[in-house]
Design a protein around this ligand. Structure first.
Ligand code: PBG
Length: 326
């Protein structure tokens, strides 16, 4: 049907008709809240390149967890800042059952047993080279790294993690981690795979938060080329095949086509990581008065949802949940 019988604006004239014809919605259930944890006491320090986002020590984390729960948010995604003297090339501290990650998981499970705790599984915060794998002669080794990731995942599961979230992009790690979890009896522990993770400049502020920038080179031998999308689908399908319960696309806002591609091709939940740089861009533009922060935040998040994300990891989770509750 064509004009004048078809008039698209009929569905836009009033608030009510716009509400009736709205296709996509955000709720607090959509969000994963990234959390940065550091050693020490009484610490809640703002990350300079991530305004209004903080690193917490375990004692200050409790209030944050209670607020997250009270906002109706269902899941946190934990990252730890590891002291320099505990970093090496083989992830020794990552396997410490009493390490900061493991203590954080136990604490959160004590405070809020119903909150889904997801842990970052990758070597970069523990690596003296700032890389996601064991380094040998400038090369990031795949299979030896996967062995460490297996043990790390079991250690997180033992601490009480509901999901482990491998963010390293080594080949074959989802299968190997699944095998290790089953063997150790953690059959209920899920895997959220960072399946299509790109070598992106938008991780810059995150690397400030954890002091985890690569000491040499870049991450292009394991993270993906931003120019590719067939490759993303290959990575996503192989992770599902290997046993991923949830697959992830990262970053999110600059990769909406990849989110859509994932959604159209898999039957597991698709998550998208609205990363640090994507957060900081909005914050910076808002601070300059160039964008309305709330509107830019909500428009960005609904775009990610509309593209097909079932879950969104975002530093805006609390702000968005507050706004949605109004
Ligand atoms: C590390 C990891 C990174 C992020 C999540 N896990 C950084 C990287 O790969 O260098 C980025 C998250 C963000 O920028 O918000 N394995």
């Amino acid at each position: 049907m064509t004009f004048p019988y078809s008039r698209g604006r009929r569905l836009r004239y009033t608030d009510s008709i716009r509400a009736l014809s709205q296709e996509n919605f955000l709720t607090a259930n959509d969000f994963l809240v990234p959390l940065f944890v550091t050693e020490g006491e009484n610490i809640k320090e703002e990350i300079p390149s991530m305004p209004n986002y903080y690193r917490f020590s375990l004692d200050t984390l409790e209030a944050e967890i209670r607020e997250i729960v009270s906002l109706g948010l269902k899941s946190v995604l934990i990252f730890v800042k590891v002291p320099d003297d505990l970093k090496d090339n083989i992830g020794t501290e990552a396997l410490n059952n009493d390490g900061l990650m493991q203590r954080t998981v136990r604490l959160i499970k004590e405070i809020a047993p119903e909150l889904i705790v997801m842990t970052d599984v990758a070597l970069d915060p523990y690596s003296s080279y700032g890389h996601d794998g064991i380094v040998d002669n400038g090369e990031i080794l795949n299979d030896p790294t996967v062995e460490v990731l297996q043990k790390m995942s079991v250690s997180h599961a033992e601490a009480g993690a509901d999901f482990v979230a491998p963010s390293d992009m080594m080949d074959g790690r989802i299968l190997k981690i699944r095998e290790a979890l089953e063997e150790a009896g953690y059959y209920k522990t899920g895997i959220m795979a960072y399946s299509a993770k790109y070598a992106s400049c938008f991780y810059g502020p995150f690397r400030d938060a954890l002091d985890s920038a690569p000491g040499f080179g870049d991450k292009k031998t394991y993270q993906m080329n931003p120019a590719n999308s067939d490759e993303a689908l290959r990575e996503i399908l192989s992770d599902v095949d290997e046993g991923a319960d949830i697959v992830m696309v990262k970053p999110a806002h600059a990769y909406l086509d990849i989110i859509k591609l994932a959604k159209e091709n898999v039957l597991v939940p698709v998550s998208a990581y609205h990363v640090s740089g994507e957060y900081s861009m909005i914050k910076a533009a808002a601070a300059k008065g160039w964008l309305n922060e709330e509107e830019a935040m909500m428009e960005t998040l609904i775009s990610i949802k509309r593209a097909g994300a079932d879950l969104i990891a975002t530093y805006f989770a609390k702000d968005a949940a507050k706004l949605l509750a109004k």
